[in-house]
Design a protein around this ligand. Structure first.
Ligand SMILES: [Zn+2]
Length: 267
């Protein structure tokens, strides 16, 4: 979310999912078995990795299945073949993949924002995140249990009344843990490359005065790999130097150089 400036209230698992699919060149296809016995499949072979999902399932189920398959992949579960059926969901790897899926579909900070700060209803959240009633129900239970161990009954009641449209109890539970959730979210900082990328996307140009690590030319490669539009260069004068990055669609080489020269003069 932070790396790509995705707003908390517009979050969708798809941002992360598509990012991973592209990055790891995973193929996503649909399949159909007449009895819906196989909800999802991961196959790793010499052709690469592919995920597939039952095309007759509801969209919310497909979303969950796809994130579950991504879980096997990202968590590096050992195996070249994972098939999801109703019978196998109890083993450890499957449970892990299910938790991964639930968190990617419904991250802590997104739940806090929607439930507590923006007072959305259970139904609204279900729709905007593309999850089933059951998935959101269990995710909320698991999530709150982490913060309130031993209060299972209270939590269950709060979530059940929340489904019915009354948010007072669930609100109170979130109220006391909101700072912890936000702090955890704030601990993550976007990578330097992503900070530079975001900055250049915004204003078209930045220098090592803002991001000193740009002076190390070993970092340039990673920046150029991020986008074909990004260019990097270094100028120096009287023992001082400035490295800079610019978007070639926004500034010509010369314009960028001039901007860097001015900054160098002012150093
Ligand atoms: Zn699985």
């Amino acid at each position: 979310m932070k790396d790509n400036n995705i707003s908390l209230l517009n979050y969708s698992f798809n941002y992360f999912f598509q990012y991973c699919i592209q990055k790891y060149q995973i193929q996503v296809i649909s399949h159909h078995f007449s009895n819906h016995k196989i909800e999802g499949l991961t196959v790793v072979d010499e052709l690469g990795t592919s995920f597939s999902y039952e095309r007759d399932n509801l969209k919310v189920k497909q979303n969950f299945t796809l994130c579950h398959e991504l879980g096997h992949f990202i968590l590096k579960h050992d195996g070249n073949y994972f098939a999801e059926s109703i019978e196998n969901q109890e083993n450890l790897l499957e449970r892990e993949a299910n938790i991964f899926s639930a968190v990617v579909l419904m991250p802590d900070i997104v739940l806090l924002s929607k439930i507590y700060y923006s007072c959305e209803t259970f139904h609204q959240i279900q729709n905007s995140l593309g999850v089933s009633k059951q998935a959101l129900f269990f995710r909320l239970l698991d999530f709150l249990r982490e913060y309130y161990p031993g209060k299972d009954n209270e939590i269950k009641q709060a979530v059940e009344t929340y489904i019915e449209g009354k948010n007072v109890s669930v609100f109170r539970l979130f109220h006391d843990i909101r700072e912890q959730i936000i702090e955890e979210f704030n601990q993550f900082q976007p990578s330097l490359i992503n900070q530079v990328k975001q900055r250049v996307r915004k204003v078209g140009f930045t220098t090592s005065l803002e991001y000193p690590y740009l002076l190390n030319q070993d970092n340039w490669k990673a920046i150029k790999e991020e986008s074909i539009n990004l260019k990097t260069w270094l100028i120096y004068n009287k023992g001082k130097s400035i490295a800079y990055v610019w978007d070639k669609e926004k500034f010509s080489d010369e314009e960028a150089r001039k901007k860097a020269e001015i900054q160098l003069l002012l150093m």
